[in-house]
Design a protein around this ligand. Structure first.
Ligand SMILES: Nc1ncnc2c1ncn2[C@@H]1O[C@H](COP(=O)(O)OP(=O)(O)OP(=O)(O)O)[C@@H](O)[C@H]1O
Length: 257
């Protein structure tokens, strides 16, 4: 199979079985263009986290191919930022150190320099958790830990960003603020992004295209164009297009789930 060098993230015939032969993810074929931002919505257990884990290199044992710009994603220096559902913070490190360690690993040439400190402070500030820098994860609420995990993913400036329900533990207002921040940041620093959510509105607000996964393991997915994404973020929610798109997505979910 030949792929163009700037073809983005290509997932070809991807299938994942966990030990015991249980199929966790059916045959998935999908292309996300370089700098594209797609949201994924699907019923519980359909394989959304498994898909992200395979792309992130946390599951080595899968069938099919995962390529970035034509080359195997795991044989090249593609920096991947993952915000896992469980946050993935190191419990023995402070909030500040959790981000610093990720930056040291991903950009060793900038190890502990002044710019790194500014970056960490910048992201903590934007996430509204600057005052938590010296705290340990165990002393934080779920929503606060989630914001640390998001700050950490943004701070490493990855080539590919994978987010697994990153705003699920946040209160409604913080969630809206971070959705806006997320879109602003993607516009300023376009990054190839896959964003898993259970929230139809969030899928519409944050994805150029919406991937609807199904619960059967035939690997069927529906890709929905989403012109609403390109509207001004603050106008989206109250627009007729948004309401119409909500109906469209719900209809696809009713038919496919
Ligand atoms: N480590 C594992 N070992 C065995 N089976 C697993 C493992 N992790 C997940 N599975 C199974 O794989 C399937 C897909 O799980 P996955 O977590 O990817 O679903 P999901 O779509 O992300 O679900 P949710 O929306 O509830 O987070 C499920 O049937 C799950 O039970």
């Amino acid at each position: 199979m030949s792929y163009l060098s700037n073809s983005g993230l290509t997932i070809a015939d991807l299938m994942v079985e966990y030990t015991g032969g249980q199929l966790a993810l059916g045959r998935v074929n999908l292309t996300i263009p370089e700098y594209g931002i797609y949201t994924i919505i699907g019923p519980s257990g359909c394989g959304k986290s498994t898909l992200l884990r395979a792309i992130a290199g946390l599951l080595q044992d899968y069938h099919g191919e995962i390529l970035y710009n034509g080359k195997s994603i795991h044989n090249q220096e593609t920096l991947i930022g993952l915000v896992p559902q469980s946050y993935g913070l190191l419990p023995w490190k402070t909030v500040y150190s959790n981000i610093q360690i990720a930056m040291n690993i991903s950009h060793p040439e900038r190890r502990n320099n002044q710019d790194q400190e500014l970056q960490i402070r910048h992201w903590l500030e934007l996430m509204g958790i600057a005052d938590l820098a010296s705290r340990y994860p165990i002393s934080l609420s779920g929503g606060q830990q989630q914001r640390v995990a998001i700050a950490r993913a943004f701070a490493i400036s990855p080539t590919i960003m994978l987010l697994d329900e990153p705003f699920s533990a946040l209160d409604a207002m913080t969630r809206e603020t971070l959705q806006q921040l997320f879109v602003d940041n993607w516009q300023a620093n376009p990054t190839t992004t896959l964003f898993v959510t259970h929230d139809v509105e969030e899928a519409i607000l944050l994805g150029e295209k919406i991937i609807v996964m199904t619960s059967d393991k035939e690997g069927l997915i529906e890709l929905i164009d989403n012109p609403v994404f390109h509207m001004k973020h603050e106008d989206k929610r109250n627009s007729d297009e948004f309401i119409q798109q909500t109906r469209n997505v719900r209809k696809v979910m009713q038919n496919k789930w």
